[in-house]
Design a protein around this ligand. Structure first.
Ligand code: ATP
Ligand code: MG
Length: 319
């Protein structure tokens, strides 16, 4: 767990353009669409994507949050998926309302209600832990059955993403940790089981991380609906565990924080152990990839996340 705590603080991981750097045509469109003038633009540096993310306050006292990316950017498809998803969420979902989305001046643009919130503190003893856990559990209930049709099943979209040991075992990197080396084959076997239990009737957010959560008015709001799928209800809440560990929990206290919540208790023991291994493999694999252009902090974040998910896997397997 060497560099677990040496990293840019949560909420300072993205390098994004300022409002003024955007094409004038785009800024004029947003102002005209909102029927006011932008007074201040507070660029949000949570997340990793190099797209625009800014809280705008307008001279008519309205406030909005805007996300935008060039249409030719490799991530533009994710922004479109987010627009399609956010625009169809039920109003009771703990998510900001999408006011408008479309294409303007070669940018994909999403305009949301502004959330005056902060990222949760998931460290031991923080009241945010139970706020977030119960919000995610309630969200799973609210989004079952999924109010959106046509989403990819988790057994396809998430399984395609959340694995790693299989590839690492094919050509083991020389600097892989001793424990990982020793258990590489077993980890490659273990990481597949959860995929056979991934499907279900729930709309799964699929990217639960503290920087995609905002605490406001004593409750948690979920943003960044860019990789949704339909799957088993335990996934979004289980995704908190590595982040609880990164915030200072032990695997044991992290799991205890979720015990008793219906969506957490749904998963069978061996499925959750496989899921922990899949996350550890995913982050170990991804953290070894070259950094994408304009995204300087992603790989170091993934290294820390891999350490947390490894700790969770060791705890669950007892290996
Ligand atoms: N509606 C909102 N109101 C206020 N702040 C928001 C809102 N939505 C998101 N934010 C803030 O902006 C940051 C970035 O937003 P978001 O997570 O949607 O983009 P991203 O992580 O760059 O997206 P992507 O995952 O597509 O790269 C969040 O971490 C959060 O702090
Ligand atoms: Mg995000």
């Amino acid at each position: 767990m060497s560099d677990l705590f040496s990293h840019p603080p949560l909420g300072s991981t993205a390098v994004r353009p300022s409002w003024e750097q955007l094409p004038g045509e785009l800024r004029d469109f947003v102002a005209a669409h909102l029927g006011s003038t932008v007074a201040t633009a507070d660029v949000q540096s949570g997340g990793f994507s190099p797209g625009v993310a800014a809280r705008l306050s307008l001279t008519n006292n309205d406030r909005v949050f805007i996300k935008a990316i060039r249409t030719d950017h490799v991530l533009a498809g994710k922004y479109r998926t987010e627009a399609e998803t956010a625009g169809r969420l039920p109003s009771a979902a703990p998510a900001p309302r999408l006011r408008w989305h479309g294409m303007e001046a070669d940018w994909v643009v999403l305009i949301f209600d502004d959330v005056d919130g902060r990222h949760p503190d998931l460290s031991p003893g923080s009241p945010d832990v139970s706020t977030v856990a119960s919000a995610l559990s309630d969200m799973a209930g609210l989004l079952t059955p999924s109010p959106l049709s046509g989403l990819p099943p988790a057994s396809v979209s998430r399984v395609r993403l959340l694995y790693g040991w299989h590839d690492l075992a094919e050509s083991p990197p020389h600097d892989l940790g001793d424990w990982e080396q020793l258990h590489l084959r077993a980890l490659a076997d273990l990481e597949t089981l959860w995929g056979r239990h991934a499907d279900g009737a729930t709309l799964v957010h699929g990217d639960i991380r503290p920087d995609n959560l905002l605490i406001t008015d004593g409750t948690a709001v979920v943003v960044d609906w860019a990789q949704p799928c339909q799957g088993a209800a335990w996934q979004d809440i289980a995704d908190l565990i590595p982040h609880l560990i990164m915030a200072g929990h032990t695997p044991e206290t992290a799991e205890k924080a979720l015990t008793g919540l219906p969506s957490w208790d749904l998963a069978a023991t061996e499925v959750m152990t496989s899921y922990a291994a899949a996350f550890a493999g995913y982050w170990t694999r991804m953290s070894r990839q070259p950094a994408p252009p304009g995204v300087p902090h992603l790989r170091s974040y993934q290294r820390r996340a891999a350490e947390a998910a490894l700790a969770w896997t060791m705890y669950r397997t007892g290996w």
